[in-house]
Design a protein around this ligand. Structure first.
Ligand SMILES: [Zn+2]
Length: 270
């Protein structure tokens, strides 16, 4: 009985009509005001999310928790680090990092080992290139993740061989790679995996962004493809990638038969 009453009042308020509620007792009015306030908050949040989606724009305002301004040199140093750590090979893998109101992206068609500051592509909050050549073909995936996660400033996408090997030994789902190391449990367990989608497609970008819309999500494994990790900064995104890569390597080297950390200890590690 209470919920329909609250809904009626909210609709009336949004439409700017004036209605009196004489049948309510003081007790009813108190409950009613509290529910109306909470419902208005919910509607306000929903409208904000809707507008963000409609404007197709990344919010670099009060919704974002920090406004880092990394240099292109720093961005490049982490491109090189991903290559040196064997998390990418050839021209595979890509990166995005928020820089003030804009976003740095890796260029399309180049190995991360050779990316230099003047090759870094800068796009604005709407994804329009304002400096540089063509961004990575996974640009929509990176921008989608940044849109849904105000706490995230850096997105890595890597193709490490052990990550891909583990992905083909496991089934897609919300909890795939077993809890083999404390570092993996701390940073990214449970780790979900998506089935294979063709790289660079809208469906991949959309599905990955939907996964990261869950606030606690720090990484998503992509079957037959690789891994996406996020962080508030470069170090955090790299820590997540390295811990998952290590756990994936152990999983593969032990043919998926290694003893896992007891479930009773998982919460103590997180
Ligand atoms: Zn890829």
């Amino acid at each position: 009985m209470d919920q329909p009453q609250a809904n009626v009042v909210i609709i009336v308020k949004l439409c700017n009509f004036h209605v009196s509620f004489t049948p309510f007792t003081e007790s009813h009015k108190s409950i009613f005001r509290s529910r109306a306030k909470n419902t208005l908050k919910y509607i306000s949040c929903t409208i904000n999310l809707f507008l963000m989606k409609e404007n197709n724009q990344i919010k670099a305002d009060s919704l974002r928790e920090s406004h880092p301004h990394p240099s292109k040199e720093t961005f490049c140093s982490f491109c090189h680090l991903l290559y040196d750590r064997h998390l990418v090979a050839g021209v595979g893998g890509n990166m995005a990092a928020l820089s003030g109101e804009n976003i740095f992206l890796t260029p399309s068609g180049y190995s991360l080992r050779e990316v230099k500051p003047d090759m870094v592509v800068t796009v604005n909050g709407k994804g329009i290139v304002i400096e540089g050549a063509n961004p990575t073909k996974d640009a929509a995936m990176h921008l989608g993740v940044l849109r849904v996660r105000p706490d995230v400033n850096v997105v890595f996408h890597v193709h490490g061989a052990y990550l891909v090997a583990a992905s083909v030994m496991l089934e897609p789902g919300p909890d795939t790679l077993p809890p083999l190391t404390p570092g993996f449990v701390y940073y990214a367990h449970p780790l979900s995996m998506l089935p294979f989608f063709v790289p660079g497609t809208q469906i991949l970008a959309k599905t990955v962004a939907e996964k990261f819309a869950e606030r606690q999500c720090r990484a998503v494994l992509l079957q037959n493809h690789g891994l996406v990790t996020v962080g508030k900064d470069f170090q955090e995104a790299l820590n997540v990638a390295e811990e998952i890569d290590e756990a994936a390597r152990i999983f593969v080297l032990t043919d998926g038969k290694a003893t896992v950390i007891p479930s009773k200890d998982l919460e103590k590690i997180r």
